[in-house]
Design a protein around this ligand. Sequence first.
Ligand code: NAG
Ligand code: NAG
Ligand code: NAG
Ligand code: NAG
Length: 326
Amino acid sequence: MAKFNLLGLAVAACVQTTTVLAGSGCGPNCHLAKPELSCSAAAQPGLVDSCCVETFGGLVLSTQFWDTYTGLESEGQLLPENSWTLHGLWPDFCNGSWTQYCDLNRQYDPHPSPNTTTGTAGGTPVPPYAGPTVDTFLTALGKPGRTLLAWMNNFWIAQNQPNTELWAHEYSKHATCFSTFAPSCFTASALKKHKDLLTYFSVAAEYFNRLPTYDWLAAKAIKPSNSTGYALSAIQSALAARHGATPYIGCSGPRYNETAAGKGSLDNGRTVFTEVWYYYHVYGQVQAGKGKPVEADITGGSTSSCAKADKAVWYYERAPGAERRV
Ligand SMILES: *[C@@H]1O[C@H](CO)[C@@H](O)[C@H](O)[C@H]1NC(C)=O
Ligand SMILES: *[C@@H]1O[C@H](CO)[C@@H](O)[C@H](O)[C@H]1NC(C)=O
Ligand SMILES: *[C@@H]1O[C@H](CO)[C@@H](O)[C@H](O)[C@H]1NC(C)=O
Ligand SMILES: *[C@@H]1O[C@H](CO)[C@@H](O)[C@H](O)[C@H]1NC(C)=O
């Protein structure tokens, strides 16, 4: 997998703006602020600068997909060989609940999902975006933007929609909810040039690059296969050992007891392995990329939607023609 220091891009973008004006790009002199750990007693609005310490969505999730096709192969939208793909970087509240589309002035999602801020008819409508696609903002930022864009086109891959729509969705639905991404944490000029998007995308990439799910599983002989299923417990322990905390393992597809193999079983977990969510508390700004792994059930709840029976979880091979070497 091609790896390089994407965070360097984010830092560079911040340095450029902080030299213009304090209270800009990286927040007001965040390098001088104590990088308190999100969700700790010290990381509260009023006690710290919310541009420098995450005070809103302090339970941070770095999420990944395993798709077997994109639906847009004919347009060259392919999956990276030997690698999972990036879903997003999300700010949950410290208690595990969350909000979305926190700044409708930075709404770039052409298909808001849900279509109101609360997901119910009573919420504020999220208007669909019809402007230039977000990749054009990155291109306009020159080399750092183009370098990041090339990486995103390899590793941040959507299914049944163009990649740019997934990126816009992740930014507008999630990034706008981090306290450290509030408009007041950027200069007017940085916002105008959409450097907040470049910063979010590069930090999301940085977290992703440190979580090589494919390699961690392969090291335990858990490789995509259309002929054998795996045990959820083997997947969980392989990833927990490397991440340092149990991630959430997401499955879709049929429930085990609706399949021939699971007929009569009480295990109604799903059987197609499609997602991993890694949980963190973060030191200082989420932009700093300094996460402390925490258990996926830190606020309670389940750490998987998958079936628990042995060999019940299918980690399918990609469809022919769906991958590219990266
Ligand atoms: C979780 O925390 C958020 C933010 O502090 C709060 O608004 C929400 O009511 C809390 N939810 C629950 C279920 O406690
Ligand atoms: C949101 O979607 C629902 C279901 O498609 C639709 O009935 C509703 O009118 C939409 N609301 C807005 C604000 O667009
Ligand atoms: C699957 O399991 C659930 C709960 O264990 C049960 O309620 C459901 O009836 C089962 N379905 C089938 C098709 O056996
Ligand atoms: C493996 O199975 C998945 C899921 O059914 C399918 O999409 C894919 O094309 C298969 N891959 C190969 C190489 O047969």
